[in-house]
Design a protein around this ligand. Structure first.
Ligand code: HEC
Length: 129
C-alpha cells in the first residue's frame, strides 16, 4: 500500500514539474507519439513527405503556411510555436480530443483515418509534459 502512495506521489511530482514549465522531455516524444504526429500532422505542420500526392498534396500545400503559424514540427519536439509550451500542449490536446485535427475533409482526401489509439497516445502525452 505504501508503495502505491509513493508511486502516486512521484507521478504527482512529475506532473507538478511539467506544470511549472520546466524543460520539456524530448525522449517521451519518441515511439507511438512521434509516429502519430508524423503520420497525421506533419503534412501541414511539419515536413511534407515526398510520397504525398494528388488532392491531399494540393491541400497540404495550401494549408501548411497557416498551420505553421500555429506550430511547426519540422525539427521534431520541442515544436516551434508562438505559444508557450503549456498553452500549445493544451491547444493540441483540445484539437485532437474534439477531432478537429487532423481535418476530417483532409483525411478523406488522403484516404486515411486516425485510430483511437493514436488520438489517445497524443492526448496522454500532452498531459505528461
Ligand atoms: C490538412 C492540413 C493539416 C493537418 C493534417 C493538421 N493540421 Fe492542424 N492546422 C491546420 C491549419 C491550416 C491550422 C490553422 C487554422 C487557422 O488558422 O484557423 C491548424 C491549426 C492547428 C492548431 C491550432 C488551433 C487553433 O485554434 O488555431 C492545432 C493545435 C493543430 N492544428 C493541431 C494539429 C494536430 C495535433 C494535427 C495532427 C493530429 C494537425 N493539426 C493536423 C492544418 C492541418
Amino acid at each position: 500500500m505504501l508503495h502505491v502512495f509513493a508511486t502516486c506521489a512521484f507521478i504527482g511530482l512529475l506532473a507538478a514539474r511539467g506544470a511549472a514549465g520546466e524543460a520539456p522531455d524530448p525522449a517521451s516524444y519518441t515511439g507511438p507519439v512521434e509516429r502519430a504526429f508524423t503520420i497525421h500532422c506533419a503534412d501541414c505542420h511539419g515536413v511534407m513527405p515526398a510520397s504525398l500526392s494528388g488532392a491531399a498534396r494540393a491541400t497540404a500545400e495550401k494549408k501548411r503556411k497557416r498551420a505553421h503559424r500555429k506550430f511547426g514540427m519540422d525539427e521534431g519536439f520541442p515544436f516551434t510555436s508562438k505559444w508557450q509550451l503549456p498553452k500549445l500542449l493544451a491547444e493540441i490536446r483540445g484539437e485532437v480530443a474534439e477531432e478537429d485535427m487532423p481535418p476530417a475533409s483532409y483525411m478523406k482526401k488522403k484516404g486515411v483515418t486516425m485510430t483511437e489509439a493514436e488520438r489517445q497516445a497524443i492526448i496522454d502525452w500532452t498531459q505528461t509534459q
